[in-house]
Design a protein around this ligand. Structure first.
Ligand code: NAD
Length: 484
């Protein structure tokens, strides 16, 4: 295994290399506040090397065929699986998330992303159309070289979620992980050559969004970009890419409602709202940060929810019983604490949490925030409209289905929602009326990787998942001849 910590390196043309500038910046362990690695501060010159390497490899990777590509992707998945504990530890240290979560969710799902798309790529095909006059068929052809840009909250999971369909559909990739959490992408890149990945097929560039990210977005030889991150960043990428009519897929922010009806299973809905609110410290785009509760059960639900949230164990991400670890960075912790202040200025009442948590021992300088529940705020205030992306949820009562839908749909976002009710007709009615890319009924974050995934409104453009991702990374060409 490549050393964990120290200098991270770019992976270009099959080699681990230093950035041409020789410049690096610090990478912190957010649970301790200590600098533990150095991140390449890559720039346009590094990108030029990567783009050239990728273009040189493009025809070979395309013509190799889906089966041979799948074999290499499975081999990479095998190598990662053999080191699964190292990857989980790296994700935990880099991001601050509980080791149990990294080991139980992030890394297994990252490995599965590679395997899932490797196999799906072998099933990918064009269409055929016959008429009295003509016979037509379509080819699905890769772009050649594409880019992926991913965020820090699920670092390897989202890195592979984009990378895998790009590779499986026959593209060479320039991949930029978040500069806040670069470690697992680096460790994975260090295994690519051993997995049999030809030089130039996968290129991983580390560095700051405003520098290397922006260079990728505007590069004329990268015709398609798949981005996951914040809505403001995504809007900027959309604008920059539109000048060259690049194909863009955007997976952006959310302000997701958890809607609890008075006929919901009480225990399951409490558990579901808690998971949706606080998993990964509330730093998942799908987290349910607005909990809407039907008014006749509001008080009972609120009191038991608050009692359960008080029990959430927060602290050292390495401890096996930790449910909430550290926020990803000092800067992000301060942003979230700023929102808690704002909520109070807006008249919100904090029922539990509300503060930075100082953890004793080795994590005394870490960036922890207590799980926080707030009530008494109107749907239209900033706290209920803006994405906080932390362990902060609000509780709001609602009268009936119409009001629940109205509040649920009242933000600029439309990524995900969960509905809790034992009435299946009501569940179907409300699910159809909520403006979001996915609606869960009596569950949260249950995923079938074949289903379309993406956001309505300002939560995104396009859909990932299953064939949708393979379609994004290919051009469809129609070939037509007279009928025989
Ligand atoms: P971010 O937008 O700050 O950064 C995401 C990526 O974009 C990083 O790799 C960053 O370096 C890069 N970047 C930044 N500026 C850039 C620029 N000008 N040009 C090109 N690239 C640039 O987001 P983040 O803070 O890393 O992640 C949190 C956000 O991601 C939240 O808003 C969350 O909702 C969203 N998110 C969405 C999904 C989804 O599937 N919809 C999933 C996870 C996270």
């Amino acid at each position: 295994m490549t050393a964990f910590g120290g200098n991270i390196r770019n992976y270009i043309g099959g080699q681990l290399v230093d950035p041409l500038s020789g410049k690096y910046f610090d990478c912190e362990n957010p649970a301790t506040g200590a600098v533990y690695a150095q991140v390449p501060d890559s720039d346009a010159r590094d990108l030029e090397l990567a783009v050239t390497a990728a273009h040189d490899a493009a025809a070979g990777w395309r013509d190799m065929g889906a089966q041979a590509r799948a074999a290499i992707m499975h081999k990479l998945a095998d190598l990662m699986e053999q080191r699964i504990d190292d990857f989980a530890m790296a994700e935990c240290v880099d991001n601050g998330k509980p080791l149990s979560l990294a080991r139980g969710m992030d890394i297994p799902r990252s490995i599965n992303n590679l395997r899932f798309f490797a196999d799906l790529g072998t099933q990918f095909r064009g269409q055929e159309f016959t008429s009295e006059k003509s016979f037509s068929y379509t080819l699905r052809q890769p772009y050649g070289v594409v880019a992926t840009i991913s965020p820090w909250n699920l670092p390897l999971l989202l890195f592979t979620w984009k990378l895998a369909p790009a590779l499986a559909s026959g593209n060479c990739v320039i991949a930029k992980p978040s500069e806040v959490t670069p470690m697992t992408a680096y460790l994975m890149s260090a295994l690519a050559t051993e997995a049999g990945c030809p030089a130039g097929v996968l290129n991983v560039l580390h560095g700051r969004g405003a520098q290397i990210g922006a260079a990728i977005t505007s590069h004329p030889r990268i015709p398609a970009i798949s981005f996951t991150g914040g809505t403001v960043t995504g809007r900027g990428i959309y604008q920059a890419a539109s000048a060259q009519l690049k194909k863009v897929s955007l997976e952006l922010g959310g302000k997701n409602p958890t809607v609890i009806f008075d006929d919901a299973n009480h225990d399951l809905s409490l558990q579901g709202a808690k998971m949706a609110g606080f998993t990964n410290q509330g730093q998942i785009c799908l987290c349910g940060s607005r909990i809407l509760v039907q008014q006749d059960i509001y008080k009972k639900f609120r009191d038991e929810f608050v009692a359960q949230v008080k029990e959430i164990s927060i602290g050292d991400p390495l401890a096996p019983d930790t449910l909430m670890g550290a926020m990803v960075s000092k800067q992000h912790m301060e942003k979230v604490l700023g929102y808690i202040d704002l909520a109070q200025q807006e008249g919100g009442k904090i029922l539990v949490g509300g503060n930075r948590r100082i953890v004793q021992g080795r994590c005394a300088n870490g960036y922890f925030i207590e799980p926080t529940v707030i009530e008494g705020l109107p749907a239209q205030c900033r706290t209920n409209q803006e994405e906080i992306f932390g362990p902060v949820v609000t509780l709001m009562p609602f009268r009936d289905e119409d009001e629940a839908v109205e509040i649920a749909n009242s933000t600029q976002y439309g990524l995900a929602a969960s509905i809790w009710t034992e009435n299946s007709d009501r569940a179907k009615r409300v699910a159809a009326r909520i403006d979001s890319g996915i609606v869960w009924i009596n569950c949260w974050n249950m995923r079938d990787l074949r289903t379309p995934f993406g956001g309505m409104k300002n939560s995104g453009v396009g859909r990932e998942g299953g064939m949708h991702a393979l379609e994004f990374f290919t051009e469809e060409k129609t070939i037509c001849r007279p009928a025989a």
